[in-house]
Design a protein around this ligand. Structure first.
Ligand code: AMP
Ligand code: ZN
Length: 458
């Protein structure tokens, strides 16, 4: 069966056929590195990681680039506010992002280019746009002239007025058209800047992705991805400048956008102040549970995040790891994921359906009786898990990690207090302590010999 992907550009699901099956190319807009990524920012990283795995299973070579935006006005503002060098901020948060994504089981992309290492390529692309009459210099700025590209608006489907309002573009006097956007802008001595034919300055946001795509992937790429909020203006502008710089060659063949992660149905975003960082969530839950939760909704649908989403994900993974633990002594048969699971992922990355198939595999494994059947089902379950980037840990490690996450001494102390309360026939206090222990996620069992055992709740 072929891989079907929804293309934002054509607004339809299409069979995916790479331009060159020997070298499939994908680019995803990465983070602006000036603070901790929130779990909404992690959604595109995890979603496109599943696509990366799926493509790698089908094609011999997949070149996947995900960038770091390390020059941006928000970074400059953060550096000024904290009175530290820009590089200190960007280096720190790049490392944090890499750690966080690794904890979520996200594979390292083939290339992770930084914008500041590609200034020469950006300048060259801007020069090409000026030479072709698609861009012009005005007061130290270089602007892309939107009316010079007939296809402008095709990705977002916006009309001119919406575009101008949506981009909140500054109607600067030096612009030929209010929709024109910045490719290059002048820098003051206190801001990062590079020499250019237009004086010392820095790039606009959109040009960085186009320059890095050209350098690492080529003029036309197979897949371009990012969050839904990037369709306009960022991707519309990338498409315009990339197409014009390359004499009309298509910029990206398939455009994919993930839906928003929300909290109480509102988009998670720093400006609204309703964020949960990956870093803080990892303190309370295994990365694999966060990953499972992120994939529990179809990537184009909104995903409403709550503590319950994570609890539910952890419970499901506990069940799958328990099934694998029961067959720990049986060697898995080398096999593919079940056909139904592959079909679900091939259908525009239908992860909820793929997860239902994983649940069916777990059930089948639990009820299998002969060893050959168990070896086959275990192999299928592990192969299915590998495509989603889950269930690859040793089950004992999965359960041990969770035991580590709770403070054993604290639980022993609570149990001792409870036993003392029971001895003193203070059953109200004993019940209160039992509830407190349960709240930590621990189940206790009173043994006939008078001792109390504890284990993590399922
Ligand atoms: P930023 O660092 O803000 O440029 O965002 C990095 C990536 O996260 C982009 O692809 C955004 O579209 C995506 N993103 C930001 N907020 C959300 C959200 N609440 N839900 C899903 N994706 C998001
Ligand atoms: Zn981008």
């Amino acid at each position: 069966m072929s891989l079907i992907l929804y293309n934002t550009l054509t607004r339809t699901k299409e069979a995916f056929t790479p331009a060159d099956p020997a070298r499939v190319t994908m680019y995803v807009c990465g983070p602006t590195v000036y603070n901790y990524a929130h779990i909404g920012n992690a959604r595109p990283a995890v979603v496109f990681d599943v696509l990366f795995r799926l493509l790698q299973a089908r094609y011999p070579k997949v070149v996947y680039a995900r960038n770091y935006t390390d020059v941006d006005d928000k970074i400059n503002a953060a550096a000024k506010e904290q009175n530290i060098a820009i590089e200190v901020i960007t280096r720190k948060f790049m490392a944090v992002y890499q750690e966080d994504m690794a904890a979520l089981g996200v594979l390292t992309p083939t290339v992770e280019p930084c914008a500041t290492h590609h200034i020469a390529e950006m300048v060259a692309m801007i020069e090409a746009l000026v030479a072709k009459g698609h861009a012009y210099e005005a007061e130290g700025h270089v602007l892309f002239n939107v009316p010079s590209f007939e296809g402008y608006g095709q990705l977002s489907g916006r009309n001119r007025d919406d575009m101008i309002a949506g981009a909140r573009v500054e109607v600067a006097p030096y612009k030929k058209d209010p929709a024109d956007f910045v490719l290059w802008k002048p820098s003051t001595p206190d801001l990062p800047g590079w020499d250019s034919p237009w004086g010392r300055g820095r790039p606009g946001w959109h040009i960085e992705c186009s320059a890095m795509i050209e350098k690492h992937l080529g003029e036309t790429i197979d897949i371009h991805g990012g969050g839904h909020d990037l369709i306009f203006p960022h991707h519309e502008n990338e498409l315009a400048q990339g197409t014009c710089a390359h004499g009309g060659a298509p910029y990206a063949r398939v455009w994919m956008h993930n839906g928003f992660l929300t909290m109480s149905r509102e988009k998670m975003s720093k400006s609204l102040g309703n964020i949960k960082t990956v870093h803080e969530l990892l303190a309370d839950a295994p990365g694999e549970a966060l990953r499972w939760a992120l994939l529990s909704a179809h990537y184009r649908q909104p995903l409403d995040w709550s503590d319950e989403t994570v609890t539910q994900a952890k419970r499901t993974l506990d069940g799958a790891y328990r099934a694998l633990e029961a067959v720990a002594s049986i060697n898995a048969k080398a096999t593919q994921a079940p056909a139904a699971m592959l079909e679900a992922l091939d259908d525009d990355l239908n992860t909820p359906r793929a997860m239902a198939e994983i649940a069916a595999s777990v059930k089948a494994l639990n009820s299998a009786s002969d060893a050959g059947e168990k070896a086959r089902l275990k192999g299928e379950l592990l192969a299915a898990g590998a495509l989603l980037g889950v269930l690859q840990q040793n089950p004992a490690d999965w359960f041990a990690d969770q035991t580590k996450a709770v403070d054993g001494a604290q639980i022993e102390a609570l149990i001792a207090d409870r036993n003392a309360a029971r001895k003193a026939r203070d059953f109200k206090e004993a019940d209160r302590l039992r509830t407190a222990i349960a709240a930590i996620g621990v189940v206790i069992e009173d043994r006939p010999d008078g001792t109390t055992k504890w284990r993590m709740a399922e």
